[in-house]
Write a protein that binds this ligand. Structure first.
Ligand code: NAD
Length: 348
């Protein structure tokens, strides 16, 4: 398996392959960029079909974290880690502690956090071996999802301003009613939007129908329904050569990471006249709400920090409009510029 020549390798500083026979740990830690500070990014555990699939995922996600942290104005670089395995079958405290040993060996270049299929108790196990862990508390203020949902809501507001449309009365097609999606649905409902929703969980769909008067559509069809906004809040890579021609919305803003299957899909959206609010710009609320070293933040203070997204989304959309380029290209260019020039603090 080629690593240095991998199509997603980009300018990664370190890619560490971690193996611990005693606990069965197989993991990859990717440190993309530490020019702005230590590389912060979550640790996810998934039963990847192959090591190659895990490598592609971690490389893409860690670069995304560099860009997300840079645009959000944080003094942090970008990294990510993946543990290869079935979280229900293979996850043990010993495995998480072994992972913590590998994080420790990187000497603080990488800071880990919760992500898909890792939880506060896993972070506590990791923290027994390394101090390079964030957001490991068990309190309600340690849940990043409400801050992420607020940030996505702000992204939607800014996108609609650019289109010259009000939020009240518009239709939003929302895919995924999980920790972020359900909270976002509530905010949109309160702001007067009409909701069309899909989720693989029938109970979550039933909840949104009951609470918000949402209309339910079949899984895999939310992107097609006529709407002003499509908000992907489930899985990545949903915007691709097959789905983009089918889109029923004029604008896209959602929480899912890596929504574009390839960077060319940004150009496809641009050519179709669909306003894409880049994922890592609008879903930065979670990372913005994480306290920096030495800080303690209440939930209201964390929520306040999401307001930065009003400004960064506007900046990206304005730049794309002025330069007549796809919005994903505009976001990457702004993030690259910050990486080269050094961290900037973004006032909300
Ligand atoms: P979650 O696991 O709580 O929710 C995901 C939801 O999507 C679940 O309800 C699941 O049933 C549903 N789902 C799965 N496959 C689906 C499909 N094919 N169609 C429709 N629904 C489907 O996750 P979350 O924390 O709400 O995060 C949602 C997305 O946002 C993820 O991609 C995550 O990586 C990203 N994200 C989350 C945060 C955060 O703070 N939680 C921050 C940044 C990015």
């Amino acid at each position: 398996m080629a690593v240095l020549d991998h199509i997603e390798f980009d300018t990664h500083e370190t890619v560490a392959f971690c193996r611990d026979a005693a606990s069965g740990l197989r993991a990859i830690i990717a440190v993309h960029d530490t020019r702005l500070g230590p590389a912060l990014g979550g640790c996810r555990m998934l039963p990847y079909a192959s090591e190659a699939e895990a490598l592609t995922d971690v490389l893409r996600l860690s670069r995304g974290m560099s860009y997300k942290n840079a645009l959000a104005g944080l003094p942090l670089g970008g990294g990510k880690s993946v543990i290869i395995g079935d979280p229900l079958r293979d996850k043990t405290p010993a495995l998480m502690r072994a992972f913590g040993d590998f994080v420790e060996r990187l000497g603080g270049a990488y800071i880990t956090a919760e992500d898909s299929n890792t939880a506060p108790q896993d972070m506590a196990e990791i923290a027994s071996r390394t101090r390079h862990v964030r957001n490991m508390g068990f309190g309600p203020e340690d849940n990043p999802s409400p801050v992420t949902a607020l940030g996505v809501f702000y992204g939607i507001q800014v996108g609609l301003q650019v289109l010259g449309l009000p939020l009240s009365g518009i239709v939003v097609a929302l895919e995924g009613l999980g920790k972020v999606g359900m909270d976002l649905a509530e905010r949109l409902h309160q702001a007067g939007a009409k909701l069309i929703v899909s989720d693989t969980s029938a109970s979550r769909v039933a909840e949104a129908v009951a609470r918000f008067g949402a209309e339910a559509v079949a899984v895999g069809t939310a992107h097609r329904v006529p709407a002003t906004v499509f908000a992907p809040c489930a899985l990545g890579a949903g915007l691709n050569a097959d789905t983009i021609p089918e889109l029923g919305a004029r604008m896209i803003a959602g929480a899912a990471n890596n929504q574009l299957a390839t960077p060319e899909d940004g150009a496809r959206l641009h050519a179709r006249g669909v306003l894409y609010c880049p994922d890592y710009v609008v879903n930065a609320g979670g990372v913005l709400g994480i306290p920096l070293p030495g800080e303690t933040l209440t939930m209201p203070q964390r929520m306040e920090r999401a307001a930065v997204i009003l400004r960064t989304t506007r900046e990206v959309l304005d730049h794309a409009h002025q330069a007549q380029i796809p919005t994903n290209v505009a976001a990457d260019a702004l993030a690259e510029r910050i990486l080269q020039q050094g961290c900037r603090r973004v006032a909300a």
